[in-house]
Design a protein around this ligand. Structure first.
Ligand code: FES
Length: 208
């Protein structure tokens, strides 16, 4: 939520509670993907970038494809108009989501050579730039975890400086994550994205 909404929730809890209850109840008969696609359209209509990023991420997580999202935007043309659709596509392209790349067939998920295992210090998290993606790689004993640096909230690329011990805190809205588990431990409610990995010939490979 934005700071302004948080403020209103604290200063007008009854009114805001009723408002959120209404919103929740209004979508009872819709499946989560449809609910989130409609929220994407409302955020584009209001041109709230953070909201668009948030509900786009949720729609994708609920199984919406890039084509479905583009269809939803174009279907809403009579309400949105071309300028808002172009604005939304600009925001989406800025998020650098592989699903929206023009060459998305050419960038099908595959294994990436991340680093030699010897470069990953035991009990530490290593920040790696690999094939255009930033990763936080946590290693403890035989356990290795490879996390996407992009925040599950609004896809902010969390910088290396946001790391303190085993806690990673996104600078945008301060969701904090425990790198031993990937769990969100403050503010938010979703874990970091963890990529499958394997070790071959003493090199760490990750799949995305
Ligand atoms: S983008 Fe909101 S906490 Fe990371």
């Amino acid at each position: 939520m934005s700071d302004a909404l948080n403020y209103l929730v604290k200063t007008r809890p009854e009114a805001m509670g009723a408002y959120f209850k209404f919103l929740k109840g209004a979508g009872t008969h819709l499946d989560p993907k449809t609910r989130n696609l409609i929220s994407v359209i409302t955020k584009v209509h209001a041109q709230t970038e953070n909201g668009l990023r948030q509900y786009l991420t949720r729609a994708l997580r609920e199984g919406a494809t890039a084509d479905e999202i583009l269809d939803a935007l174009l279907m809403a043309f009579p309400a949105l108009g071309l300028a808002k659709i172009v604005w939304a596509v600009d925001v989406i392209l800025g998020m650098d989501l592989p699903q929206f790349r023009l060459d998305r067939e050419a960038v099908a998920p595959c294994w990436h050579d991340v680093a030699p295992v010897s470069a990953l210090k035991a009990g530490k998290t290593t920040y790696v730039d690999c094939d255009g993606r930033n990763l936080f790689v946590y290693r403890k004993g035989a356990t290795i975890k490879v996390y996407d640096s992009r925040c599950p909230h609004q896809v902010t690329n969390i910088p290396h400086l946001a790391l303190a011990g085993t806690t990673l805190t996104c600078p945008k809205h301060e969701w904090a994550f425990d790198l031993e588990s990937g769990r969100c431990i403050a503010k938010g409610d979703r874990p970091l994205t963890e990529f499958p990995h394997k070790v071959e010939q003493r090199r760490l490979l990750a799949f995305w």
